[in-house]
Design a protein around this ligand. Sequence first.
Ligand code: SAM
Length: 202
Amino acid sequence: MNLARIYDLFAPLYDLLICVPIFGLKKEQSAALPHVAGKRILEIGCGTGYLLSRMASPERSVVGLDFSKGMLQQARKRLLCERKKASLVCADYHNLPFESCSFDSVVATFSLSHAPDILPVFLEIHRVLKKNGRVVIVDVGPASRSWLGARILLSLYRLEGDHPRDETLHLEMAGLGIIHRKELSKLGTVHLVVAEKLPFHN
Ligand SMILES: C[S@@+](CC[C@H](N)C(=O)[O-])C[C@H]1O[C@@H](n2cnc3c(N)ncnc32)[C@H](O)[C@@H]1O
């Protein structure tokens, strides 16, 4: 079964599961919010729309993209319930269905670690960002200090089929310069990275 179908099945339970401490992602997701800038925002792998709904406001145009119809259905319900407005698009983030230079910020929380090869995704993000636009990422990756607990956790992510990584090199190769990086979880296996579109591309 492919990943989008797995998320389709899992979608009605997703919000319950992320409240369980071992998966507990909500606090880390929210760390992205203060770094989101501008009026035109794209969230890729938006899932059930927790952040999307928090970013949506009358002053902003917010788009949520995900390849799981089930997750998007949950996001639609949430937006309706919370009376927020955002556009939802069903697509793969390897091929973003948007014009070049159209977003001020691209946000991705716990979605990019599903991609085995991240460079093509960063090149797509670079393409759709406006000049000086930024990408805000929260995801799993190696901790700066090699705790045993951190190594075990990373092995578990890998067993699940995830690709925990330090994105630094690939961001730079795609023309995205890091302006901020912080470890978020106690073991350091969840981090926040903010990078800006460098002027010499596009
Ligand atoms: C772990 S969930 C994270 C959802 C949400 N961002 C959050 O922080 O709760 C990963 C999401 O990324 C989506 N996803 C994974 N790979 C994708 C791809 N190639 N294109 C679009 N969405 C993808 C999944 O369908 C899922 O909704």
